[in-house]
Design a protein around this ligand. Structure first.
Ligand SMILES: *[C@@H]1O[C@H](CO)[C@@H](O)[C@H](O)[C@H]1NC(C)=O
Ligand SMILES: *[C@@H]1O[C@H](CO)[C@@H](O)[C@H](O)[C@H]1NC(C)=O
Ligand SMILES: *[C@@H]1O[C@H](CO)[C@@H](O)[C@H](O)[C@H]1NC(C)=O
Ligand SMILES: *[C@@H]1O[C@H](CO)[C@@H](O)[C@H](O)[C@H]1NC(C)=O
Ligand SMILES: *[C@@H]1O[C@H](CO)[C@@H](O)[C@H](O)[C@H]1NC(C)=O
Ligand SMILES: *[C@@H]1O[C@H](CO)[C@@H](O)[C@H](O)[C@H]1NC(C)=O
Ligand SMILES: *[C@@H]1O[C@H](CO)[C@@H](O)[C@H](O)[C@H]1NC(C)=O
Ligand SMILES: *[C@@H]1O[C@H](CO)[C@@H](O)[C@H](O)[C@H]1NC(C)=O
Ligand SMILES: *[C@@H]1O[C@H](CO)[C@@H](O)[C@H](O)[C@H]1NC(C)=O
Ligand SMILES: *[C@@H]1O[C@H](CO)[C@@H](O)[C@H](O)[C@H]1NC(C)=O
Length: 692
């Protein structure tokens, strides 16, 4: 197999001249607003260290086996089967979008064969008129194409065997799309009597930015078809969309807990409130701006992210939406697929707009919210997780807006299959976004993690235990000098951070907007040591007089001692166990039970870090996101408080006078990085124990 490491770059240099301008067929120029930083083509970055371990677990776990047995992938209508979990027919497309980058990240020949044969099947069955996928007539809805096309885009970048075939298929599809959109938005807007329902229509229209990403890629890197028509498609899709600019508007946006707002207000806005849509939609206005050139969308994008996290966000970088945006109560949930979409959007926003906040937030979600929702072996995922989740079991009741009582448990498809098919994209796309091209020849380490990037004749190999340790060591080999940039996280103490290039050590001076510190690398071999000053424990104030504990890029949660049981996986719609022949034996549904009380309040002044310091070195445990696996943990003094229940889970903790120590005095509690602490409290009530 030949890797096409620099295909995008070559074409860009020839046709886009680094500025996003494309020469139109009629000789005039029609440009897209350029991205602040260019992503590298899939295949340019290979993982190492803990990230490689995680991706390997993913490849050997549920994600890497869905094509073998999982009905909604293996027997999808896209591959000639009959199994779909909804009329959206999105199961196979989601899987494809995540498995293309996963297969290439770990170079797993079994998975490469699976994505290739799946791509071959769908491309070979492209319909006469250009439609991709199995639908005929009024079954046709653009949405299901969207994740599939994102997968095709990635495959075309990495593998030249596929490039021509994919580009040709996408141009044919673009031609059909144009005639459909011109025909009263067929496949996009639905009319009475159409087979696909109203709700299904909304998904295509509110998630359209993800389709535009593929169309923009085609426009810029393979401008071999009718560009006027492709541009028109983008304009029509935006014109016909449910436009996020209408929602991220101070007069409309709901800042309250949505469960306290009348249904008459929330219901018409539901497409903008659904958690997965929000995760995807955070990037929408930055994608639209490339076409419309409307600069006010930069501020709208910032509002989108700021408001989402301020009013509906968890300390871990999760959007609290179960399945509709909620408020800040620590018993609300976040879907696993909302997290992976949030990460993809935030990494896109950093590339599109270059604002450092998006990268900081992407790392937060990637190192905290995402890993806690997967079993250590990657064979089970939660449907939703709570900030304060002392157990993960069938609740009987449900504190969630529209998630059933099994939603907190880990397993194959608890509550609903979307997170089974969509969780795979999380870390593979994080890897793809970890480096970006800056200008013509510069390279930046955008999302910090271990791995090796190759760009042109330059190779940069980064060893690090980050986010556990704070040192990144780069071995660089370059044929000519170039500018290298490292992102300095916003939490870093710049005064104690340093960079050593060869034997010359200097202070950091990160750009205020991008967070990037730039320095020059000579031709030849160079070693760079980047040391991030860690200011220590930082407390984030949360609702109801609680705090979340951060140190560097990690959130530390009170780890609840636990035990677990498992069963055969259950069908999401009946909660009946599948026959044992359905799934591999590793696929189990898990419940996790607390083996101690959990109703603790801590005195934050007693928090102490254990197990390491700024130089966590050597290799981390594998799996790293497992109970007790982190080299770092904390202790604090705590006492039990009277803490009520709400629908089977801990209520918001008592505040003021009602918050009193009860029971046997103070105890020492343990806090671990959230990703490993599957049952946990993140939003911790505080008490003053100095008198005890
Ligand atoms: C186009 O669709 C709208 C509904 O979205 C409908 O009201 C209108 O009649 C349709 N027009 C034609 C020409 O079919
Ligand atoms: C040339 O194509 C662009 C779109 O690529 C279009 O906006 C423009 O109107 C066209 N100009 C002429 C003279 O046809
Ligand atoms: C390209 O698309 C435009 C807009 O749809 C159309 O007017 C034009 O005829 C097309 N050009 C060719 C060569 O097909
Ligand atoms: C630009 O977008 C804003 C919404 O952010 C909208 O109010 C404004 O009308 C748009 N301007 C143009 C020229 O379309
Ligand atoms: C269940 O407990 C075992 C033993 O402690 C542990 O190895 C395993 O990771 C746990 N499984 C889950 C899903 O938490
Ligand atoms: C870059 O350097 C390597 C090793 O020093 C060499 O093999 C390769 O040919 C060089 N490439 C170019 C384009 O000069
Ligand atoms: C908890 O915090 C939420 C969000 O700020 C607030 O709406 C609620 O009233 C608080 N409840 C208590 C008991 O403090
Ligand atoms: C687990 O938590 C529940 C309350 O949710 C509590 O009643 C129970 O005693 C705890 N289990 C143990 C073993 O402490
Ligand atoms: C940090 O850990 C390293 C390696 O374990 C050790 O050499 C060093 O002395 C420690 N520094 C501090 C300040 O504890
Ligand atoms: C207090 O400690 C005793 C002895 O360890 C134990 O039996 C008792 O259950 C504890 N009481 C509470 C309220 O935790």
């Amino acid at each position: 197999m030949k890797l096409r490491r620099n295909s995008r770059v070559t074409v860009l240099a020839a046709l886009v001249l680094g500025s996003g301008r494309v020469i139109g067929q009629n000789g005039t120029e029609q440009s897209l607003v350029p991205l602040a930083f260019q992503p590298l083509p899939l295949g340019s970055i290979k993982p190492s260290g803990w990230l490689k371990d995680q991706l390997t677990l993913e490849a050997n776990g549920l994600a890497g086996h869905e094509r073998d047995f999982y009905d909604y992938v293996a027997h999808s209508t896209w591959l000639g089967g009959t199994k779909e979990y909804s009329a959206l027919r999105e199961g196979f497309p989601y899987w494809f979008n995540g498995l293309v980058p996963l297969a290439y990240a770990v170079d797993d020949s079994r998975l490469l064969e699976q994505v290739h044969s799946a791509a071959d099947y769908v491309l070979d069955h492209q319909q006469e008129d250009g439609w991709l996928g199995p639908e005929k007539g009024t079954e046709r809805n653009f949405w299901g194409r969207t994740p599939f096309c994102l997968g095709l885009m990635q495959l075309a970048e990495v593998d030249e065997q596929y490039e021509g075939k994919i580009v040709d298929a996408l141009w044919r599809f673009s031609g059909l799309m144009n005639s459909m959109l011109r025909d009263n938005y067929t496949g996009y807007h639905y009319h009475d009597g159409d087979q696909v329902g109203k709700g299904d229509e909304q998904w295509g229209r509110v998630r359209v930015q993800d389709m535009l990403i593929t169309l923009q890629w085609l426009y810029e890197t393979h401008p071999t078809g009718n560009l006027t028509q492709l541009m028109e498609n983008m304009q029509l899709l935006i014109k016909g969309s449910l436009n996020w600019a209408d929602w991220y508007n101070g007069a409309i946006y709901i800042k309250e807990d949505l469960n306290t707002v009348p249904v008459s207000v929330t219901e018409p806005l539901f497409p903008y409130e659904h958690g997965v849509n929000v995760g995807q939609g955070l990037k929408a206005l930055a994608v639209f701006r490339r076409v419309t050139k409307n600069e006010s969308l930069v501020q709208n994008s910032k509002d989108a992210v700021d408001w989402t996290f301020q009013y509906h966000g968890a300390a871990s970088g999760a959007i609290l939406a179960d399945e509709r945006l909620a408020g800040l109560a620590p018993f609300y949930g976040t879907e696993t697929c909302t997290l992976v979409e949030t990460m993809y959007s935030l990494s896109y926003l950093y590339q599109a707009l270059g604002e450092k906040d998006y990268a900081d937030r992407c790392e937060n979600t990637a190192f905290n919210a995402l890993p806690v929702q997967l079993t250590p072996d990657w064979w089970g995922r939660q449907y939703v997780a709570q900030p304060n989740q002392p157990y993960s079991k069938n609740l009987g009741a449900t504190p969630f807006w529209n998630v059933n009582s099994w939603g907190l448990t880990y397993g194959l498809e608890t509550n609903y299959p979307c997170c089974t098919v969509n969780h795979p994209q999380g870390y593979p796309k994080f890897l793809s976004a970890s480096y970006v091209r800056v200008g013509e020849t510069g390279l930046a380490h955008a999302l910090l993690s271990p791995g090796t990037v190759t760009m042109d004749d330059t190779t940069v190999k980064c060893d690090t235990t980050y986010p556990f340790g704070n040192t990144l060591t780069y071995a660089i080999s370059a044929n000519s000098s170039f500018d290298f940039h490292v992102r300095v996280p916003s939490w870093a103490d710049v005064s104690t951070s340093s960079i050593s290039v060869g034997s010359s050590k200097s202070r950091l001076s990160p750009d205020e907007h991008t967070g990037l510190h730039k320095f020059s690398i000579p031709a030849g071999s160079t070693t760079v040591t980047y040391s991030i000053g860690n200011p220590g424990i930082v407390l984030e104030k949360r609702a109801n007089d609680t705090v979340a504990v951060h140190r560097g890029a990690l959130v530390y949660a009170l780890a609840i001692p636990s035990t677990n049981t498992s069963s055969l996986p259950k069908a999401y719609n009946t909660n009946q166990e599948f026959p044992s022949s359905y799934a591999p034996p590793e696929s189990r549904d898990w419940q996790i039970f607390n083996t101690s009380n959990w109703n603790y309040a801590i005195d934050p002044s007693t928090l102490q870090l254990h197990g390491g310091n700024e130089t966590v070195e050597g290799s981390l445990q594998n799996p790293i996101w497992a109970p007790g696996a982190s080299p770092l943990w904390m202790t604090a003094r705590a006492c039990e408080i009277e803490w009520g229940m709400y629908k089977g889970v801990p209520d918001v903790p008592p505040t003021g006078e009602k918050r009193r120590c009860v029971g046997n005095g103070t105890v020492e509690v343990r806090l671990e990085p959230l990703g490993g602490a599957k049952v946990h409290l993140v939003d911790l009530p505080v008490v003053d124990l100095s008198g005890n």
